[in-house]
Design a protein around this ligand. Structure first.
Ligand code: DGL
Length: 269
């Protein structure tokens, strides 16, 4: 059986790559819903339906465990998938999100003020605030919606990101945050630009650095999940809409040529 990684688009490849670097032998299958990216401006029901289809596809590819790498999906669909979908369909398989592990890591820093940049959906959902309350209510979190970033990253727009980032980050700088959570799969690509804009002292909490270690810990604690999983180093990549531009972006993000297959999970006719 395999590890599945689901994202709304190609940003989750950064998480997939980081997991592969950390655990090279793990058998892994990736699905990015390029047909519907970005999720971040959509409604609860629509995001749930997209995630449901994606997760169902990954389980049909023999995944034992799926990482919902998409923050927006983690906020909009994860709990319902865990509580309503899994028990009836795959009671002995699991789906894990990225919000709680990221906040656990943030809390370890012992900072009083942390910033968060993420999609509109994530900021409006308040999920980071609510989950942080449970982990450490003394930490203050300052949120900034950054809806232009994903469309720019997905459409070769990195060159223009700098000035927009500066505008987005200024309110967090004004609050004197000590660290910033990059609450979106795509944002690890922005680390060096953010450092340039905000200085080297600011700690960036980036999910490509957090999730692989958290996953490893989880697998150690759950042999019933890790033992059935294969260790031949298989890597499979699916997206829901294949174009030259997506293929180019995928190779760029994953940092090597990868074979991309089309996942036909949407009947468009
Ligand atoms: N993958 C999404 C996330 O992590 C961001 C991109 C989108 O809006 O779909 O929130």
């Amino acid at each position: 059986m395999k590890l599945g990684i689901f994202d709304s688009g190609l940003g989750g490849l950064l998480i997939a790559k980081a997991i592969k670097n950390h655990m090279p032998s793990i058998d892994m299958v990736y699905l990015g819903d390029t047909l519907h990216v970005p999720y971040g401006n959509r409604s609860d029901e629509v995001i749930y339906d997209y995630c449901y289809k994606g997760i169902d596809f990954l389980f049909s590819q023999d995944c034992k465990l799926i990482i919902m790498a998409c923050n927006t999906g983690s906020a909009a669909a994860l709990r319902r998938l865990q509580q309503e979908y899994l028990p009836g369909r795959y009671p002995d398989r699991r789906i894990l999100g990225v919000v709680v592990p990221t906040l656990e890591k943030a809390a370890e820093q012992k900072h009083q003020k942390i910033g968060l940049i993420a999609t509109n959906y994530i900021i409006q959902s308040n999920i980071y605030k609510e989950e942080l309350q449970k982990i450490n209510p003394k930490i203050e979190i300052f949120s900034q919606a950054t809806p232009l970033l994903v469309p720019m990253i997905e459409n070769d727009g990195m060159h223009w990101v700098g000035p927009i980032l500066r505008t987005y980050l200024q309110p967090l700088l004004d609050q004197k945050v000590q660290s910033v959570i990059l609450g979106c799969t795509h944002y690890p690509m922005l680390k060096s630009i953010i450092k340039k804009e905000m200085g080297d002292d600011l700690i960036l909490l980036s999910q490509d650095e957090i999730i692989p270690k958290k996953l490893e810990d989880y697998l150690k604690r759950h042999p019933e999940i890790s033992e059935p999983m294969g260790s031949s180093g298989i890597q499979e990549f699916y997206i829901t809409d294949v174009t030259d531009s997506y293929e180019r972006s995928a190779h760029f993000i994953y940092n090597k040529e990868i074979v991309i297959q089309k996942a036909d999970i949407w009947d468009l006719h």
